[in-house]
Design a protein around this ligand. Sequence first.
Ligand code: AHR
Length: 496
Amino acid sequence: LVARLVVDPAFVVGPLDRRVFGSFVEHMGRCVYTGIYEPEHPRADADGFREDVLELVRELGVTAIRYPGGNFVSNYDWEDGVGPKDQRPRRLDLAWRAIEPNQFGTDEFVAWSRKADVQPIWAVNLGTRGIREAVDLLQYCNLPAGTALSDRRVANGSPQPHNIKIWCLGNEMDGPWQIGHKTAEEYARLAEETANAMRRVEPDLELVACGSSNAGMPTFGEWERVVLERTYDLVDHISLHAYYEPRDGDQASFLAAAEEMDRMISSVIATADHVKALKRSDKELTLSFDEWNVWYQQHFPGELGLGIREAGPLIEDSYTVDAAVVVGSLLITLLRHADRVKIACLAQLVNVIAPIRTEPGGRAWRQTIFHPFALTARYAGPTVLQTAIAGGPEIDTAAFGKVPALWSTATYDENTGETAIFVVNRSETDKIDLEIPVNGLQVAEHIALYDEDRSAVNTADQPDRVTPRTVDGTEIVDGVCTATLPPASWHLIRLS
Ligand code: AHR
């Protein structure tokens, strides 16, 4: 089977906002404790941060990290997590029915994010708390010394403002599982007034309103309309969350999960633009896809099935080769919408549905999904280009009907002249020969991720069982680059 991929620097989607290579740290399971923070670990630094994990985070190429939740934030009192550690209270976290020791909080996360070289994205508690708590936290973080709240930060060891610019107005407030869950109208009013008050502290913040928890929510679409009708002029982004998994063993639909993400993004853009029309506004709202990943939710017992414990393992999914191909295809989808998706967070970063896994006191390793993320973050250029696929085969999926087997995007760097092509073969059965007319370019590199055993995973003992491989034989003949794409495979082809 042969397909032709056409790409040209003249056909631009938009500039790539590098915050789409974001991730997410929640106080959940072992993401924070024994994940990024473990003072007793042999590789802990003076702050108790695991240096082995920091090294992997930098290698992953993450640019921004959302914190501290997630469902956790909706019953979190940020005041518990600042000040002398021996005076911080132990609390019951209602979201994950866990004991929160509060040994890691606002100031620690800011210090950690500086070491990891990532921009923090902060979520405020609009579940059990509201406007007052949000503006207090903002003042604690961002005001210069000289007010009660900012002086508290100074007393806690941070003389300079934390300067956090991106703030999420709550988390998944449409979800009945959320502590303090609200109707669209209730949330819209609270988000409106919280945004108003936060902008009084600092007018140029970037604010993210909560969209739907997933596209299957009964209120999907209507929730966004109601929330945006109230907040359109006050916020910059609307959030999207989505997790994908093979359902009932349907691996073909799982490999095509990017279709679901693509449709969700298009629907939210349509809803935002509908509100724009209603308001006769010139402003174009953008999207923050601030939770996305593969999550085998059928393995999750549900919040109420969790016994109360401290930093116990929670949803530590081991990712297969297929999961890595899907994650690569989801990143392709985000790039295809670079004109409207400005922030995206792979959820989460360490241990909890994460690209990085750790043992308490022991090793850290890269899951399969680490690789397409790291390579995309590393090689995606500043401008996203359209790609057109001609003549390629289709695959038949139970979830999405017939869809193209190939799913692709490309980026261009006008300084280096490099074009990076990201493409996935979603067929379970067919290898595809891809032809790319290249206009005088050379193949710099072809890297792929696939395996005979599509269920293979990386473990502490076999951390490199699944790694990307360099593909030989991708060459240019008569101005056409020809590459072979095996079934269920992810590819990066760099042309320069
Ligand atoms: O990432 C795990 C959980 O998934 C988050 O806490 C929540 O926001 C979402 O439902």
